[in-house]
Design a protein around this ligand. Sequence first.
Ligand code: M6R
Length: 614
Amino acid sequence: MCGIVGYVGNRDAYPVLVKGLYRLEYRGYDSAGLALIDPSGNLNVYKCKGKVADLEKYVAPMDPQGQIGIAHTRWATHGVPNDANAHPHFSQSHDIALVHNGIIENYHVLKAALIENGYSFRSDTDTEVLANLIEYVRRTNDCSLLEAVQSALKQVIGAYAIAVVEKGNPDEIIAARKSSPMVIGVGEGEFFLASDATPIVEYTDRVVYLNDGEIAVINRNKELKVFTFDNQESRVDIKRLQMSISQLEKGGYSHFMLKEIHQQPETIVDCIRGRINSESGLVTLSGVIANREKFVNARRIIFVACGTSWHASLIGEHLIEDICRIPAEVEYASEFRYRNPVIHPDDVVIAVSQSGETADTLAAVELARSHGAFVFGICNVIGSSIARATDSGAYIHVGPEIGVASTKAFTGQVTVMAMLALTVARERESVDPAVYTEIVNGLLELPSALNEVLKIDGQIKDLAKIFTYARNFIYLGRGYNYPTALEGALKLKEISYIHAEGYPAAEMKHGPIALIDNEMPTIVVAVPDKTYEKTVSNIQEIKARGGKIIAVIARDDTTVRRMADYCIEVPVVTECLMPIVVSIPLQLLAYYIAVYKGRDVDQPRNLAKSVTVE
Ligand code: M6R
């Protein structure tokens, strides 16, 4: 949440910063702002409530100048979204400007101390407190900006990434991180910094990921230097960025979400590439094989995740128990981290996160490691905090996911989980070879099955029109498709703002059936599986009470077809992979309903793509 961009070099900083903010807008879009040091040495701040486009409209006529600057797009935590609370924040004297992602938990105490020392505040934010604290330390100790930032951060409790510029210091940006990401792009005589690599990729592919507790001194005339808060110099480890600009553009689609839904046949190919041997039909996840003993002897596998990644983990749990015969559990990372959970050194904890930056999941990783468990990451963003904090892992390789609603990451996560389960099951000899082969074949069939299912895009669009004005939805599924129902409901909620509940179909009669009437559409996943007949009975129970059924069925289904009001036909692959197929029409349905309702699909209200605060 919140996006930070910075630039120092020989270009005009303003276009670099604004373009970077557009790239990072998925991280927050309550307000935006930037600070530039102009050629006369003045430090100017421009900021306003609203999106980056509002900032651009406001700032462009002022023709902002400067070759050094920092910028921010905000997801509000402390203080409502308004001009005053937008970043950057000036220190009292206007000598220091600071942008911040995260939360300063002890800001009340720090603020009170600063007020006693004559400081006053213009905003309700924790960030302004830090700007003033740095200024106060700098003045009272007569120290450098770096030393002031180091000393101030030692007094701060919380999670943050910050960037600081100072009047009279026109060559230097100081950046620091603790539990919030920060990447520095290294160009020729210029540096870029950002919350993730997306604003950097078009300028350089050489990047440095700051580690927790590190401060970078980014000076246009000098080498990049990185220090700890205790002023120990750290090694600067430059990595090659694996990202292209075309991955960050809509490519002719009206929204990133639609592009990402339609990309899924290709992203599944990218996800399985190099992991299934076409001759032997064997699946190998190298991160698993390298830690074979940990998985083979695991006493338990615990998934920790949030949101959509949590839904994917429920499918992972099912897969691990089904074919690896290892007890598995799924935890909300936010609950796990505060619950004093029982974790054994022979447990394997799998942290699942698209962004690799979710604060709760990262904290769950740290907790699990502190108990001696082996921690494996399933992430999308390469070099992300969770990918680096885990003992080993597997990337899902679906490319940047920009739409706030997760789509291709979900199907990529489930695909990796299936490959992980197959790798472990083979090593444990816990899976029937015929079942193994069936799942491998299912994985190989997925891209063409997804291409097939995407052909019904127009049909789903028509269906969406019929249901645009429904005020509530129920999504039902069983077994592997219970998580698919949860995920379908989440997609609808987050982008259309329609209330939707996902439920295991058989639980319906224990309460939610009371909600059924002729205004309550129920979406039922009724594809061939172990509980198909039971699901048919659940459909009849709903029909008997006047409910409307939209059923996701196999093409050759004749039973549910007769009962349902509307049917969505999908191709059939092996049972454990059906959530990947079924989730596509549910993503499309949510998408088109949101479009018909005129919602901001890629940037739905109140949400941010990467939840880096608790
Ligand atoms: O990056 P992560 O996978 O850790 O994110 C977890 C959730 O915040 C995320 O899945 C969220 O629920 C999405 N908006 C769902 O579409």
